[in-house]
Design a protein around this ligand. Structure first.
Ligand code: UDP
Length: 411
């Protein structure tokens, strides 16, 4: 008997192109992987059975991993192993779908519903739900039309947008991370408002917690009277790092100021080189430290060492980084993206900037730097703004949603 809903559910979660245990901060592995893993673990803890299916990314991948109580990760073949461009995964989806069904038949396992992540997984999910006669729940994470409207970075192909339209029509429920995403689904894709339910993402409150600021700054070597501005995330044009670099030119005369950039690996080298070149052109190269990928387990030290965490993105469907920083008690300056605007109390937890210009970004960063933010009262108050987003609470909401869907499907 399940403590949350009263009935155990067997959920197939699909994350075809991005492995939930992949290296966070690389090209295609970020918030969505965190979501899938954290949510699956919480659902598993509360008694549901969750199998996550992803493609083999590495020849070393075992087929099945146990990721926690009641949670398994399955690697299935879809094209040659190794990292391939997201769009190239499309051609291998039929093979992935067949592999999944063969696997299921061999193990005689049955699922109550499929929860797909991103449009590529949505295609697999739609087919499986037809075969299995179970409901299809989908979360898109980002939307092709919205990305193209912003017009920064890679243009999303018509294939993606058409597929998203079909999936919106065919699935039984869409989970949106914000009200904005819901209205985009309705406005751009014709989704029915009843089919879209908003459930925000969560934050791992055990991992992301306040640390001894002075001590971590000393350990990381970013100490003294210096001011640490922090960026964490994948390195791609949509993340708006160029704006943050430009904002640094307004701040560069402040004593001891530095920008720590976390994220990206050799697959983003081109973008990293572009940003390094921009730093040189702006004559701030001595103030910017590209630290590469940092394991999530170590990130609380960096959030803790920072005077401010900046999210300069043009687009975030949710934006976990802002929540993680707040959970560590660090103030955040963010553009008006994702969920943060619903949480941040202007001037207390940070700022949401409305006009996205480097000068406004720098002005708000400077305001935060000009005062002391590290006292226990402010740190705890910032953390308190996100405690209702623990993954266990988010999992309860998601489980209810799944239960309702299953019940209405059986009727
Ligand atoms: N992250 C990490 N190490 C890095 C860079 C990022 O662990 O070097 C994690 C970070 O903690 C966050 C996720 O990657 O949980 C990024 O999620 P977010 O929603 O901010 O951005 P997305 O990747 O979805 O665009």
């Amino acid at each position: 008997m399940n403590p949350i809903t009263g009935g155990q559910m067997r959920i197939a979660m699909l994350s075809v192109h991005s492995c939930p245990v992949g290296r966070l901060g690389t090209k295609d592995t970020g918030g969505m992987s965190v979501y899938v893993l954290e949510l699956a673990r919480e659902l598993g803890k509360s008694g549901h059975l969750v199998d996550i299916y992803t493609r083999v990314h590495d020849s070393e991948d075992r087929q099945i991993y146990e990721l926690g109580r009641n949670v398994r990760l399955m690697h299935l073949k879809a094209g040659k192993g190794g990292e391939i461009h997201k769009l190239a995964v499309y051609a291998h989806l039929p093979e992935f779908t067949r592999e999944l069904e063969n696997f299921r038949q061999r193990t005689q396992f049955r699922y109550d519903l499929v929860y797909s992540h991103y449009w590529l997984s949505g295609l697999v999910g739609r087919q499986l739900c037809q075969w299995w006669d179970v409901p299809h729940l989908i979360m898109f994470h980002t939307l092709g039309v919205v990305k193209n409207t912003i017009g920064i970075g890679e243009i999303e192909p018509e294939l993606r947008i058409e597929t998203e339209r079909e999936l919106v029509k065919d699935c039984q429920r869409i989970i949106a991370a914000t009200e904005k995403e819901k209205s985009d689904l309705i406005g751009h894709y014709g989704a029915s408002p009843e089919a879209v339910h908003v459930i925000p993402c969560g934050v791992n409150l055990e991992l992301f917690r306040p640390v001894d600021r002075k001590e971590v700054r000393r350990q990381l070597g970013f100490d003294g009277d210096g001011k640490n501005i922090l960026y964490v995330g994948r390195i791609e044009p949509l993340k708006g790092l160029d704006k943050l670099l430009k904002a640094m030119t307004y701040l560069k005369n402040k004593p001891g100021i530095r920008l720590l950039v976390i994220g990206g690996d050799e697959n983003n080298q081109c973008e990293i080189n572009r940003l390094k070149q921009l730093s040189r052109e702006l004559q701030i190269q001595g103030l910017v430290f590209f630290l590469g990928l940092i394991k999530q387990s170590e990130l609380p030290f960096y959030y803790g060492a920072a005077d401010v965490c900046v999210v300069p993105s043009y687009y975030e469907s949710f934006g976990l980084v802002a929540m993680e920083a707040l959970a560590c008690g660090t103030p955040v300056v963010t553009t008006k993206v994702g969920y943060a605007e619903n949480i941040i109390r202007q001037g207390r937890d940070g700022y949401v900037v409305m006009d996205n210009t480097p000068s406004t970004l720098s002005e708000k960063i400077a305001r935060l730097l000009s005062r002391s933010n590290g006292d226990a009262k402010s740190v705890n108050a910032r953390r308190a703004t996100v405690t209702r987003f623990s993954w266990s609470k988010i999992a309860v909401r998601l489980a209810r949603e799944c239960e309702t869907l299953r019940a209405s499907h059986l009727r």
